[in-house]
Write a protein that binds this ligand. Structure first.
Ligand SMILES: Cc1cc2nc3c(=O)[nH]c(=O)nc-3n(C[C@H](O)[C@H](O)[C@H](O)COP(=O)(O)OP(=O)(O)OC[C@H]3O[C@@H](n4cnc5c(N)ncnc54)[C@H](O)[C@@H]3O)c2cc1C
Length: 359
């Protein structure tokens, strides 16, 4: 008989776990979400996968990043083949602008480390920046780092593709199903989840419910919401060479090309003033982000705003992101708290969950 795994939450993390586990013939996989897929933080994310260009160079943080980047290269074609639908996956890399001379030395050091690890990084002079990305204002730019192997993906399209592909592989999805509690063993199974649509028995439960995970995990996990706002713009024409449209990052503000001369710009990083404060998006903060992007890409000033939105990132308190662990001795696994990098880290998280379950 197959062991039943229930994944709670169908953001990018839960959907990637479901897909990964669907490849294990010994498992029967269910996913419950109180909403349709990708309506939590995932629906707000920009999908920038900053792995090689991040300053994490060793230990768990780097291993998760590297494993995810490697898996993405096979995962996307796999999903496209299974679903027959293309996924917006930008493979033109990430350009990060440096505004301080002292930053350049740090990037040169990182370049050497990455070279030893087998990943390319290029350091561009301001003139090279102008030649490669003609729409950028290089007045204050000291240099840029170009990471050709980093990526960007549409997080909602990815999550929907993961759901469709998982269904094809036999995963059961229950949307509109809120999990109220995870109860201990009865005589037939290890665990039981109580939901708004009834109880379901499980051998394993994976909590990947984003900010909802604290409530389900109880005392063991504290997560803080960190608000992010972003904006979708229609430019008058393509910004720079239409054939070379990498993600641009300047002062932690991303400019993400979407095709059709449309771009995402974001995101704000807004902390609650006090623990119980409700975070409300403030228009001035988003406007400051847009002005920051216009400062390095002036043509954006003529673009039309198509949409603005916000989301809440789940940030673990008192420990590093993300949380991937079994609550021993139970068969409950936490796979949550991915804060600013849930899209980036979802594939490696799914691989770790599979290992924890023993496959
Ligand atoms: C503006 C913004 C920009 C971002 N940009 C990036 C980026 O460029 N790159 C990157 O890697 N990351 C980015 N992030 C971070 C990323 O969005 C998150 O880390 C990631 O989406 C977390 O995914 P998740 O699946 O854990 O959570 P979520 O997407 O929040 O999903 C959790 C799901 O659990 C469900 N749920 C909760 N409680 C229950 C319950 N009791 N019962 C049933 N279901 C429940 C919810 O309905 C939800 O669907 C960004 C975030 C924001 C807000």
């Amino acid at each position: 008989m197959k062991a039943r795994v229930i994944v709670i939450g169908c953001g990018v993390v839960g959907a990637t776990i479901a897909y990964e586990l669907s490849q294990v013939p010994q498992l029967e996989v269910w996913v419950c979400d109180r909403q349709p897929p990708a309506r939590g933080a995932t629906g707000a994310a920009l999908g920038v996968l900053m792995g090689i260009i991040s300053h994490k160079v060793k230990g768990r943080s780097w291993q998760l990043r590297e494993a995810s980047l490697r898996r993405y290269e096979t995962l996307i074609p796999e999903l496209e083949r299974l679903t027959g639908k293309p996924i917006l996956y930008n493979q033109q890399g990430i350009v990060s602008l440096c505004f301080g001379a002292e930053e350049v030395a740090k990037w040169e050091q990182l370049q050497q480390i990455r070279q030893a690890q087998g990943w390319p990084l290029e350091i561009w002079s301001p003139q090279q920046v102008k030649a490669n990305c003609t729409a950028l204002n290089i007045e204050a730019v000291q240099a840029a780092v170009y990471s050709p192997r980093d990526r960007q993906i549409d997080p909602t399209a990815l999550t929907l593709a993961l759901v469709e592909a998982s269904r094809i592989r036999g995963v059961t999805f229950k949307f509109g199903c809120e999990v109220q509690a995870i109860a201990p063993a009865d005589v037939h199974s290890c665990l039981q989840i109580q939901t708004t649509t009834g109880a379901i028995a499980a051998d394993w439960v994976v909590v990947s419910a984003g900010l909802g995970s604290s409530y389900l995990a109880g005392q063991t996990l504290a997560l803080m919401p960190v608000l992010g706002q972003a904006i979708r713009l229609q430019a008058e024409t393509s910004l720079g060479d239409p054939g070379f449209q990498p993600v641009i990052n300047g002062r932690d503000i991303h400019l993400v090309p979407l095709g059709g001369d449309q771009y995402w710009v974001g995101a704000t990083v807004e902390f609650p003033a006090a623990t119980d404060d409700e975070l409300k998006p403030e228009a001035e903060r988003l406007s400051a982000v847009l002005q920051g992007a216009i400062a390095y890409c002036p043509a954006l000033a003529q673009s039309k705003v198509l949409q603005t939105w916000s989301g809440l990132r789940p940030r673990p308190q008192g420990r590093p992101a993300p949380v991937i662990e079994q609550i021993s001795p139970s068969r409950i696994i936490l796979a949550t708290g991915h804060y600013r990098n849930g899209v980036l880290l979802a594939p490696a998280t799914a691989q770790q969950v599979r290992q924890l379950i023993g496959y």
